[in-house]
Design a protein around this ligand. Structure first.
Ligand SMILES: Nc1ncnc2c1ncn2[C@@H]1O[C@H](COP(=O)(O)OP(=O)(O)O)[C@@H](O)[C@H]1O
Ligand SMILES: [Mg+2]
Length: 249
């Protein structure tokens, strides 16, 4: 396989993660180009979060290789270039929305002016301007999720990992999130997003379907449904899972 330097946002080769004798990610091969909006889809427990955490350098790999922006996952030099929105929001509950966002900006070494400008823009986007001075503890789960998204994007990363960003969010906001992700794509940002909502997959350029840590299909949503001979991705997943001889999805 030729290594095309910075062409690929993410490349994994036979990536494996085991917890004890349980294999959570099983010989995963991904090639995601810069500028793609790539969806990692699969039911709970299929290995989405584990994969993202390895790519962000938060979990050690058990085997295989993981390259992010041409560097080994976890290489500190890529951290300023990537953003990560964890599935479990990592915010300080006792601090305000503003303080949390500022803190992230400071961690990334942004200037005060950049933090202020970025914060104003992002608060408008997540529609939480009125809540700027409220503590996180006083916000609903969906609002916390929105703050977490803002924190992951403040430093204008060129590659964003979003782990189930739309979970537990009302349909209207989900739709506006996807509009924003499309706008990011238009700006050339690579977005790697996980979801277990199959109906969200059509927003992605390409998707990979994960099941029990293995990639069972990959392509554009249209390619996958066509190959499975069904109408919807949900049906495609079920058909592919059945072919895999599994007992649950
Ligand atoms: N730290 C851990 N120790 C043991 N098992 C884990 C750990 N983290 C995840 N797992 C297991 O690995 C599998 C994949 O988990 P995860 O990547 O969180 O799936 P997903 O994000 O697709 O829901 C699950 O069966 C989960 O229970
Ligand atoms: Mg997960």
């Amino acid at each position: 396989m030729t290594n095309s330097h910075n062409q690929l946002a993410v490349e994994t080769r036979e990536l494996v993660k085991r917890f004890g004798d349980f294999t959570a990610v099983d010989h995963l091969n991904l090639r995601i180009e810069c500028g793609e909006t790539y969806g990692l889809l699969g039911p709970n427990g299929s290995g989405k979060t584990t994969t993202i955490k390895m790519l962000c350098g938060l979990l050690k790999t058990t085997g295989g290789e993981a390259l992010v922006l041409g560097k080994r996952a976890g290489d500190l030099s890529i951290l300023p270039r990537i953003g990560y929105m964890p599935q479990e929001t990592a915010l300080y509950l006792d601090l305000t929305v503003h303080d949390n966002i500022s803190l992230f900006g400071e961690i990334y070494g942004l200037s005060k002016a950049d933090i202020e400008q970025g914060e104003a823009e992002l608060l408008r986007f997540i529609d939480l301007e009125k809540w700027r001075n409220s503590t996180i503890a006083n916000l609903s789960g969906g609002m916390r999720h929105r703050v977490s998204l803002a924190c992951s994007m403040l430093h204008n990363p060129e590659l964003l990992f979003l782990d189930e960003p739309t979970i537990g969010i009302d349909p209207e906001l989900r739709a506006s999130f996807w509009e924003y992700f499309q706008a990011l794509r238009a700006r050339g940002v690579t977005v790697i997003i996980t979801t277990h909502y199959m109906d969200e997959a059509h927003h992605c350029g390409r998707i990979g379907l994960l099941r029990e840590g293995r990639l069972i299909a990959e392509g554009t949503p249209g390619e996958i449904t066509e190959a499975a001979g069904v109408q919807s991705l949900e049906d495609a997943f079920l058909a592919l899972a059945r072919r895999g001889g599994g007992d649950e999805v």
